[in-house]
Design a protein around this ligand. Structure first.
Ligand code: KG4
Ligand code: ZN
Length: 352
């Protein structure tokens, strides 16, 4: 990059506070991540076995200023060197979203630069364009603690829902099953670690929705089957072998179910978009290796390209918010200071 390009480059600060990660990052529009800091509030919430909204909001308030100062120091930039400040404006736990939004608005106002309210789901959806050369349209599987959906991504702000969970999100199923098994929090990585020593064929857990038309998901029946398997096992607490086998069998059932739903989605997406041939996976559960392998094989079979961002950019982070800010800023989409944080904000509402 020559000096002229360096001057012309767009640099955006992104702030993420919608759940239990206090995160900030600085990203340049040539896809360079200049600084990226994620503070996970695991210690604050561990004793409760899940995220406590009130504790999360207070922790964001305590930590965010320091995290923002740290990324500016790492990138050796001042707020006035930036071209915009983006923050998650929803959906998420409202206390945290308010803390991030107010911080971003104050910094943007002081530096006299644009403020961008980013939809957290859109940030997950666009991450693949930060990490890889991915053009619109593409098929997106969004799997996180709060969301489980298949979407066609037609452009920034243009999403069409193909299917979604009718009950629990898949990350929620991982978290609840890990809790029942006494594996700790967050459940996804704990189940994945336990499963490495387990036999995925020992328990024949249900594959909810498998074989049905459409692209919807369901995980509550699987959760019930796990509870029954735990109750049937011997002793007061699960043996390591039983825990490993249940974890591996659960993970296998989840991956198989999701791959079945994705196969239908690939078919539907291909009919609607003959020019698209990429499946992108995003959200915290996209960090799961068994799921990635299953989706990679499905793509190999169907002639689709499979894109999964690196683990650290699948779980919540500031870089994805900064990148979504860049994507919006470069087509002139910014927000006013009266933007009101939104606990619920379906992706399809961005179109308006
Ligand atoms: O996207 P994310 O960081 O936060 C939300 O927006 O929800 O996703 C967090 C979810 C949690 O439910 C966590 O258990 C799950 O992602 N997760 C995993 C893995 N790593 C995180 N699930 C399965 N396997 C993993 N390796
Ligand atoms: Zn997320």
């Amino acid at each position: 990059m020559d000096d002229w390009d360096r001057v012309a480059a767009m640099i955006v600060l992104g702030i993420e506070t919608s759940c239990d990660e206090t995160a900030a990052a600085i990203v340049r529009d040539d896809r360079e991540i200049l600084a990226n800091v994620v503070y996970s509030q695991l210690d604050e919430h561990r004793a409760f076995g899940g995220v406590v909204p009130e504790i999360a909001a207070r922790a964001h308030l305590d930590i965010l200023d320091g995290v923002v100062r740290e990324v500016l120091a790492q990138a050796e930039l001042a707020p006035t060197d930036l071209h915009g400040i983006a923050a998650t404006g929803g959906p998420g736990l409202i206390g945290g979203v308010i803390v991030g939004t107010m911080t971003a608005k104050a910094l943007a106002a002081a530096a006299e630069i644009p403020y961008i309210a980013v939809n957290h789901l859109e940030a997950h959806a666009l991450t693949a364009r930060l990490t890889d050369d991915v053009a619109f349209p593409y098929l997106l599987l969004l799997v996180s603690g709060g969301h489980c959906q298949l979407l066609s991504v037609e452009g920034v702000g243009h999403y069409t829902m193909l299917g979604a969970t009718v009950d629990d999100a898949v990350g929620e199923a991982f978290d609840k099953c890990a809790k029942m098994m006494g594996l700790g929090f967050p459940g996804g990585p704990a189940i994945e670690a336990a499963a490495t020593k387990g036999d995925a064929r020992r328990f024949d857990f249900p594959r909810p929705m498998k074989g049905r038309l459409g692209c919807d998901f369901s995980f509550s029946g699987l959760k019930t089957a796990i509870r029954q398997a735990i109750l049937k096992s011997d002793g007061e607490s699960l043996s390591d072998t039983d825990a490993a086998d249940i974890a591996a069998s659960f993970q296998g059932a989840v991956a198989e179910t999701i791959a079945d739903r994705c196969a239908n989605a690939i078919q539907q997406f291909s009919e609607d978009h003959p020019d698209g041939n990429t499946l992108v996976v995003a959200g915290g559960v996209a960090a799961n290796t068994v799921l990635r392998e299953k989706l990679a094989s499905l793509c190999a079979l169907t002639g689709f390209r499979f894109i999964a961002p690196p683990h650290a950019l699948c779980t919540d982070n500031g870089a994805m918010i900064a990148w979504a800010g860049i994507e919006r800023l470069r087509i002139g989409l910014t927000d006013d200071m009266d933007f009101a944080p939104r606990p619920r904000w379906p992706l399809e509402e961005l179109r308006a």
